[in-house]
Design a protein around this ligand. Structure first.
Ligand code: NI
Length: 137
């Protein structure tokens, strides 16, 4: 059967602050700019989750996109939406850059996919102009 990629887009809003606790305020300000503001700021994130698998001859699906949505919601969106990424999310590292966040999201989703369905690519948009991509590894 042909292998096909399918993508589900989800949204979440979250607050964060970029900083390293071991650095001085000056050093954090120098490296992270306004993103180091002590009193947090927020983003409306968009996440594209692309999986690949064999087309099922009976259903014509790779997987039911509702199932993919449920996996992403239960393992990621429920934990981060309207939360503070620095304080509220126990699977996030201390410095929630978009890069760190996309890697953490990958580790959340990958083991929870149905058998035979492979996580191919994540695209995480922090703003309409800034986004990161991750394909594992
Ligand atoms: Ni930010």
């Amino acid at each position: 059967m042909p292998r096909v990629s399918v993508t589900r887009r989800v949204h979440f809003s979250a607050a964060h602050r970029l900083y390293r606790p071991g650095w001085s305020e000056e050093k954090n300000r120098e490296v992270f700019g306004e993103c180091a503001n002590p009193n947090w700021h927020g983003h409306n994130y968009e996440l594209d989750v692309t999986v690949e698998g064999e087309l099922d001859g009976e259903t014509g699906y790779v997987l039911d996109l509702k199932r993919l949505r449920d996996v992403v919601h239960a393992s990621v969106v429920r934990d981060v939406d309207h939360r503070n990424l620095n304080l509220d999310v126990d699977w996030m590292s201390e410095n929630p850059t978009t890069e760190n966040l996309v890697v953490a999201i990958w580790e959340r989703i990958r083991p929870r996919l149905p058998e035979g369905v492979e996580l191919k690519r994540l695209v995480l948009r922090e703003t309409p102009r800034n986004y990161v991509e991750y394909e594992g590894g």
